[in-house]
Structures are given as structure tokens and as C-alpha cells.
Design a protein around this ligand. Structure first.
Ligand code: PXP
Length: 242
């Protein structure tokens, strides 16, 4: 199982002072040394953490490695143009609302089908793989297939929020969605709200081949250091996978 480390919140800390440190690109290099298989970053429309320059610097720093870049972004024209210039390995399309603290739900692929078909086609023609961040919902899987996505990333936020209360019900939804999507030929990833404890159930679902994790790793990095925070997550995932 691959671990994508999301470096956004290194940039959140930097932007709190609008200064140069901590540098998310430096964080990416440490995360890779500690076992990250991918670097994930979300260029938000309001640029509250990652800046355009971070993306291009990251691309430059990783060019001699085989570590892929996963760019999360809203499906807007502005973001498409940036992706076509930066050429990350993967684009993950996410819904975005300005007032939200973090991504609150999956992309409604069903109602955006016509728009997304052309949007995704352009990205794929440029050699970028396209993943759609969706809620664990079979209808959204069908729509993702129809619009030509390569992969889905299952939103685990509800699961994370319900952890310890409704865990089994939420895990069942995620498992069913993962099995269904894999059978249909999509690659299956997952993420949002995962931490050292709740990641275990998700890592056991064998249809899911990649996790993208940010907040909890960066939060733990304050106490453990970034290298150890990433290494520990990778170890827990690997152990859970068996
Ligand atoms: N995957 C996607 C698509 C996201 O939007 C985010 C948050 O930026 C994450 C994973 C990581 O979520 P968290 O920071 O809660 O680990």
C-alpha cells in the first residue's frame, strides 16, 4: 500500500507568518526519506497554504526521483491551466468551498458528468492520471467511470468522524465501494481524517492501494519530528496490511 504524504499544513504554518519557513518542499524531501511513496499537495483557490511556486519547486526537486506528485485541486479553468503547465503525475479533483476549514465532502460526479468528461479528457491527453475524490457511494463510482477517471479516492472523513461510534457501518460502506470500483477497473485510493489509530481498518481493505494523509502526520511531526511521524504511519499501515 502506497502512502501519499500531504504537505499542505507545513505551508499553513508558513503562511501564518507569510514568511519562508517551514518550507513544504523541504518537508516533502524528508517525508520521502522516511518512506513516503508520493507527495500530495492541494493548491486551493484562495491559496491559504500551498502557493503556485511550491508546486513548481516541488516538481523541480523531485524530477530525478521516481516519487510521484499528486495535485489536489478544484475542477476550475484556472486550476486546469496550472496542472497543464506543471504536469503532476496525478490530479485529484476535489470539491472546494471558500469558507470550509477542510474539504467537507466528495465531489458530486453524478451532477457534474458532462463538465467533467471534457475536463478530464484534456488532463489525460497531457499524460496526467486523474483521480476523483468521492464519497463511498456506488452511484458516484459509476459516474467516475463514465467521465473517464483512472482512479477514485474514497473520502474517509465520515468514517474518521464516526470512529468509535458508527465505525463498522462506515467501514462497510468504504469496503463495498472499494470492491465495486476495483471490479469496474478503477484504481482505488482513500484519505481524509486518517490517523495512527483509525488508519488500521482502512489499510486492511486490500482493494485500496494508496492512502493520502496530511493533517495527523504534520500534527504529530510537532512532537516527533517529520521523519519519525511519517515513518511511524508507514510502519502502522504496512503492519495492518499484513
Ligand atoms: N485526500 C484529499 C483528496 C484531501 O483533500 C485531503 C485534505 O487535503 C486529504 C486526502 C488529506 O486529509 P487529512 O489532512 O485529513 O489527512
Amino acid at each position: 500500500m502506497r502512502l501519499g504524504v500531504n504537505i499542505d499544513h507545513i505551508a499553513t504554518l508558513r503562511e501564518a507568518r507569510k514568511t519562508f519557513e517551514p518550507d513544504p518542499v523541504k518537508g516533502a524531501l524528508i517525508a520521502i526519506q522516511a518512506g513516503a511513496d508520493q507527495i500530495t499537495l492541494h493548491l486551493r483557490e484562495d491559496r491559504r497554504h500551498i502557493q503556485d511556486e511550491d508546486l513548481f519547486r516541488l516538481k523541480c526537486e523531485l524530477k530525478d526521483t521516481n516519487v510521484p506528485i499528486n495535485l489536489e485541486m478544484a475542477p476550475t479553468l484556472e486550476m486546469k491551466n496550472i496542472a497543464l503547465e506543471a504536469l503532476p503525475n496525478t490530479v485529484t479533483l476535489v470539491p472546494e468551498k471558500r469558507q470550509e476549514i477542510t474539504t467537507e465532502g466528495g465531489l458530486d460526479v453524478v451532477s457534474l458528468k458532462d463538465y467533467l468528461k471534457d475536463y478530464i479528457k484534456e488532463l489525460k491527453e497531457a499524460g496526467i492520471k486523474v483521480s476523483l475524490f468521492i464519497d463511498p457511494d456506488l452511484e458516484q463510482v459509476d459516474a467516475s467511470l463514465e467521465v473517464g477517471a483512472d482512479a477514485i479516492e474514497i473520502h474517509t472523513g465520515e468514517y474518521a468522524n464516526s470512529y468509535g461510534k458508527n465505525t463498522e457501518k462506515e467501514i462497510q460502506r468504504i469496503r463495498e465501494t472499494a470492491i465495486y470500483a476495483k471490479e469496474k477497473g478503477l484504481k482505488v485510493y482513500a484519505g481524509h481524517g486518517l490517523n495512527y489509530e483509525n488508519v488500521v481498518n482502512i489499510a486492511k481493505i486490500k482493494e485500496i492501494e494508496e492512502l493520502n494523509i496530511g493533517h495527523s502526520i504534520i500534527a504529530n511531526a510537532i512532537f516527533l519530528g517529520l521523519y519519525e511521524a511519517v515513518r511511524k504511519m508507514k510502519e502502522i499501515i504496512t503492519k495492518a496490511r499484513g
